[in-house]
Design a protein around this ligand. Structure first.
Ligand SMILES: [Zn+2]
Length: 364
């Protein structure tokens, strides 16, 4: 089949009704109950058992096996408000959200409902698998930080489905190695058009920080322009990611051990530091497109004053700590309006990365 025909055929396979239902469940961080309940019911209807933890994360198990393929996604979205005039529309292979009163595009929360969609569809197909759906990824991986790590004891790997575009197979996230090259090879992701690359802070990175000792990765799942009102999904790309996940579930049947780096003891290793620097820089440039120069300068100058004292590097790695809240308050006081936590966090990480990079150079 020609590539274009293949893409058309892929797009046709999407369960539009499920996808639109998910997009219509508004789930801002901290207010995910509608989508939590929907996912739990859908998973149970597919024959899986579901456990909620205290934070609101969902742990899903289907079948009874010695080991499981495991997939993860997050339930919250960045879009804070949703008009009642919101409707999803499909144009060609692409699905958008539109606010018919404001007459403008409106974010659909495809980040990360596309991940949830794939997991729910996998549950319909699979005899045995595990999945975790996290709360509050967008405000600092709060759900995954408090994850029940024992749930992963009998998992072979953990594949996160939460990356924009259609070709990223993320093997390093915010400086944390998620897997070795052999995991990328064994998944045969290249056959689906995926290439190895680095990405930003997200749940699978957090799980590795928690000590997850199996291979992980984060996959592009067909959403574009995340965190904006122009967010949209390419249906062919979404189906291609589903196909890859199903392939991984079928073909990767052995344990995929992988030891996380303990970054707090690796700051002096040049390789890690350089990686971190580029990783932060990349995230920063993506973020930069959304904030103007003045805002950026102001945030940078505030953060520079705070973080160019060494004690803060470890303590403030996450802006969700108490000290982090203090920084956010300070930034917002100066900027004078509600600049997003994600923006502050990314500028913050960039500056830390920058500092580490030059610390390394000085030590040489
Ligand atoms: Zn996401």
């Amino acid at each position: 089949m020609k590539t274009t025909d293949k893409r058309k055929a892929n797009a046709k396979k999407i369960d539009i009704s499920l996808l639109e239902t998910l997009y219509n469940l508004h789930a801002p961080s901290g207010d995910e109950s509608d989508i939590q309940n929907y996912c739990a019911e859908h998973a149970e209807a597919a024959g899986a058992s579901v456990i909620f933890d205290e934070i609101g994360n969902l742990y899903i198990t289907k079948g009874n096996a010695k080991s499981y393929g495991c997939f993860i996604a997050h339930m919250d979205e960045v879009h804070q408000t949703r008009s009642k005039y919101f409707k999803t529309h499909i144009i060609g292979n692409t699905i958008y959200g539109y606010d018919h009163r404001a007459e403008s595009f409106s974010g659909i929360g495809a980040d990360d409902k596309n991940g949830i969609y794939i997991i729910l569809k996998l549950l319909e197909e699979a005899k045995e698998m595990k999945a975790v759906l996290f709360v509050e990824e967008e405000i600092g991986c709060i759900g995954s930080r408090g994850a029940d790590m024992q749930f992963f004891d009998d998992c072979r790997y953990a594949v996160q489905i939460d990356r924009k575009g259609n070709k990223d197979f993320i093997t390093t996230a915010a400086g944390q190695e998620l897997c070795s090259d052999s995991f990328y090879e064994v998944t045969e992701a290249a056959k689906y058009g995926y290439t190895k690359t680095v990405g930003a802070m997200t749940d699978i990175m957090q799980l590795k920080e928690n000590g997850l000792n199996i291979a992980g990765c984060n996959l592009s799942c067909g959403y574009y322009n995340p965190h904006t009102n122009n967010e949209n999904t390419n249906l062919a790309d979404l189906q291609n990611c589903f196909n890859l996940c199903l392939h991984i579930l079928d073909k990767v049947t052995t344990m995929q051990p992988h030891t996380p780096i303990n970054r707090y003891y690796n700051y002096n290793q040049p390789h890690t530091q350089t990686d971190m620097y580029y990783d932060y820089k990349r995230t920063y440039y993506e973020e930069e497109e959304r904030i103007n120069d003045l805002e950026q300068q102001e945030i940078e100058s505030i953060l520079e004053n705070i973080i160019y004292s060494d004690e803060y590097i470890n303590k403030l790695y996450y802006l969700t700590t108490k000290e982090g809240d203090e920084i956010i308050k300070q930034v917002r006081k100066v900027i004078g309006y509600n600049v997003s936590k994600t923006t502050i966090a990314n500028v913050f990480y960039y500056l830390i990365g920058y500092q580490l990079y030059y610390t390394k150079t000085d030590n040489k």
